[in-house]
Write a protein that binds this ligand. Structure first.
Ligand code: DQA
Length: 147
């Protein structure tokens, strides 16, 4: 089983960026949590971060036939990107939308997600621990939907 973990804009600054909201853990810590959770459950996890919308769209498009599931923290693109939403819908790969913070406790513009309606699940508010939880939840889902 292969899982792709995608992170969007500004998430490479985790650890330095607004630690009161996102915590002290770095992107490397978050990715390590995802990889370890995958390993423990028998899945291979690849990680990719980009600040560029088109690069994320391209990665999703290339995931078809390669990955069984995707975990994506689209960051600010969550609230703006029809292109990411269309990419997720196009590849028909079970996808979990992940947020470190609970976006519903924050500004009103963060309450809208363009991507959530085409994802199988959404997980938010657990800090970077969400990366292990999302991978574990996705693997459990894939195992019970496997023919
Ligand atoms: C975020 C929440 C988004 O609203 C924000 O733009 C981010 C991070 C989160 O993980 O909590 O960059 O996706």
């Amino acid at each position: 089983m292969k899982i792709l973990v995608l992170n969007g804009p500004n998430l490479r600054l985790l650890g330095q960026r607004e630690p009161g909201i996102y915590g002290e853990g770095t992107l490397a810590d978050a990715e390590a949590l995802a990889v370890t959770a995958g390993k423990q459950l028998g899945a291979h996890v690849d990680c990719f971060q980009s600040d560029i919308e088109g690069e994320l769209v391209k990665k999703i498009g290339e995931a078809r036939g390669v990955y069984d599931g995707i975990v994506i923290n689209p960051a600010a693109y969550t609230h703006t990107s029809i292109a990411l939403r269309d990419a997720i819908a196009a590849v028909e790969i079970p996808t979990v939308e992940l947020h470190i913070s609970n976006t519903h406790k924050r500004e009103a513009f963060r309450h809208v997600s363009y991507t959530a309606p085409v994802c199988m699940a959404q997980l938010q508010g657990f800090g970077i621990q969400g990366y292990s939880l999302a991978v574990a939840g996705l693997i459990a889902h894939l195992q019970c939907t496997k023919k």
